[in-house]
Design a protein around this ligand. Structure first.
Ligand code: AMP
Length: 284
């Protein structure tokens, strides 16, 4: 059976209230649509944890920069509805922008420090847009548990911090990155890739795996792992490296020694398509 799509906040509140009335617990998966198996795994995780699962499908304008792909971001609501329903969702919230941002919306949420590296500097205002829309969605859906993907490591880390700092009564869970058979992290943006770009794209994950292998082989110096990673990515034909960093996985600050849990995180342009990926390396 297809989970219904609703477009207004009032409809979501009514459906969630009815579910609560019936004794259900509420799980939530925020997305921008153009859903793939990575999103489906989040929905399945939510359905395994909670008895009423809400998925939002909203291409959030406030998290896109003026030169980014907001206008061309893929919109595939019918397919998204089937995918969510098959994965165990009970309700899909797909609001128009005017429902989420009526005129005179002038309040924004900003998490400091955790945006100092990675997508923070290269996408100014991005996490402010993400945090604002996620907090709004939390306040609309009022979930017990919300599920995010490790593929967007910095985003998940920032959302966790927001929830902690603002005492938001939601448990945030981070689910593993789902990959294609050749290792490419699934992403809605993969559909922008030309056949040639798609063929080279798995080299991004191969470079991350090589970084992890270096650490497993005993390398302890973060800068050396980082420069080898950068070199490997720049050698990919047609790739332009936005960043390749090895950071403390928790603080997202630079580290010298890999004596704690660290994240190797990259952003790479293949043609005009910007792909991000990461792996955890180091101890802990
Ligand atoms: P998006 O629609 O790209 O904004 O992503 C919505 C949620 O799905 C975020 O929590 C992402 O981290 C998560 N996600 C996207 N791609 C993947 C993937 N390949 N594996 C696991 N989670 C993912």
């Amino acid at each position: 059976m297809l989970a219904p799509v609703v477009t207004t906040i009032a409809e979501v509140r009514a459906a969630v209230a009815a579910a609560r009335e019936a004794g259900k617990t509420v799980g939530f998966v925020p997305t921008m649509g153009a859903l793939h198996s990575g999103h489906a795994s989040l929905v399945r995780a939510a359905a395994a944890t909670s008895t009423f699962v809400v998925v939002s499908v909203f291409v959030n304008p406030t998290q896109f920069g003026p030169k980014e792909d907001f206008a061309k971001y893929p919109r595939t609501l019918d397919a998204d509805q089937s995918l969510c329903s098959d994965a165990g969702a009970h309700l899909i919230f797909a609001p128009p922008a005017s429902e989420m941002y009526p005129e005179q919306s002038v309040t924004f949420v900003e998490v400091k420090e955790l945006d100092a590296e990675l997508d923070g500097p290269t996408r100014p205002g991005h996490f402010r847009g993400v945090c604002t829309v996620v907090l709004k969605l939390f306040n609309i859906v009022l979930p017990d548990v919300a599920h995010f993907g490790a593929k967007d490591w910095q985003q998940a880390r920032i959302v966790r911090q927001m929830v902690r700092d603002l005492n938001v009564p939601v448990e945030v869970r981070v689910e593993p990155t789902v990959r294609e058979a050749d290792g490419l992290a699934m992403s809605s943006r993969n559909r922008y890739l030309s056949p040639a770009e798609r063929a080279t794209a798995p080299a991004i994950y191969k470079a991350l795996q090589a970084a992890k292998a270096r650490v497993l082989a005993g390398e302890i110096d973060a800068a050396r792992v980082e420069s080898a990673l950068y070199a490997e990515l720049t050698a990919i034909p047609g790739a332009r490296v936005d960043y390749a960093r090895v950071l403390d996985a928790n603080t997202l600050q630079p580290i010298q020694r890999l004596d704690r849990s660290a994240v190797a995180a990259v952003a790479v342009f293949l043609g005009t398509t910007r792909l991000i990926d990461n792996v955890l390396i180091g101890e802990g």
